[in-house]
Each structure stands twice: as structure tokens, then as C-alpha cells.
Design a protein around this ligand. Sequence first.
Ligand code: NI
Length: 184
Amino acid sequence: MTLPIYVYGSPVLRKVARPVEQNEEGLEEFIDNLWDTMYKSDGIGLASPQVGKSVRIFVIDGTPLAEDDPSLKDLKVTFVNPEILERHGDDKTYEEGCLSIPNLREEIVRPEKVRIRYYDRHFNQHEEEYVGIAARIIQHEYDHLQGVLFTDKVAPLKKRMLRNKLNAIAKGKFEVSYKVKVAK
Ligand code: NI
């Protein structure tokens, strides 16, 4: 089942999400819905707060970008209760977008490597290091669990220029092909 995507201006996007428990009711179905919703909206990553549920889960599928970065060709992962242990390597600039901030893209600087501990959907623990675009997607999605959006990370001058665009998005003045929920 696909869920509507909450857009910029929705309070849930600004909360720190809570961890989930293994036996939580409806967890399996929720994770399935997260995947369905990501695919339906042509995303490469989606975090729970973006569908209005403030829990520490995100999913990523980097395979559409595998032409740019072959390490993405098998990258389909569900991250449950993730914890970024280390961000390191050089700072890199990359143009980001977000399903919750339709039709807006900005160049964002982040470290190129990340080490993360997380559980998969069966609650097996993993610890992995990711580099490049994978590390980029993970940091972006992880930020959603902290109530942080990529537009928070643009330079201050640029932020002023963005304000009108973000206000328009918050009011629903945009068009996308997927289901959304605009804050009232
Ligand atoms: Ni996003």
C-alpha cells in the first residue's frame, strides 16, 4: 500500500523520531508500505517521518544510480534504529533533492564516508561502511530521523533565497505525480 508523502511545513518532519521495538504491531506491514511508497514516487530513499510516522526507520534503493556508481547496483537496504558511528573522509558537494521538498534541488556538502550500525527488518544487527553516493543517501535519510532537512544545510545567503520557494511548497503550490499531504 502506498502512503501519502508529508511535505515541507509538516511538523512531523521536524521531530526526532523514536526507536522501534521488534514486536511492534504492524511493523512488517509498515516497512512494506515504506518500500511501496518509495517506488511509487520514484525515490531512492524514504524515511518514516516522510509518511507521517515518527519512527527510526528508513529504506534506500540506490540501484537507479548504479550507472554513475557501480557500488550501488545491489544497494537495497532497510535501516531500523540506525546509528551513525562515524562520518569521515573528504567533504563532497552533491546535488540533493527530497520527496518532501518537491521540485527543489540544491548542492549540499557532506563527508564522503559513513560508518553505520543498524538492524534489518528481521532485527539482525549490522555494521557497515558506505562511501560516495550510498553514504550521501544514508546521511540524507538519517537526517530525516533527526528532524533535519537538506535545505537546513545550504549556506545562509542561499537560505534566504530559498525561503519563498519553501513557503510556497508548504502551502501546496507545486505539482508532483505522487500522493502528498500538505500541512494545514
Ligand atoms: Ni528527503
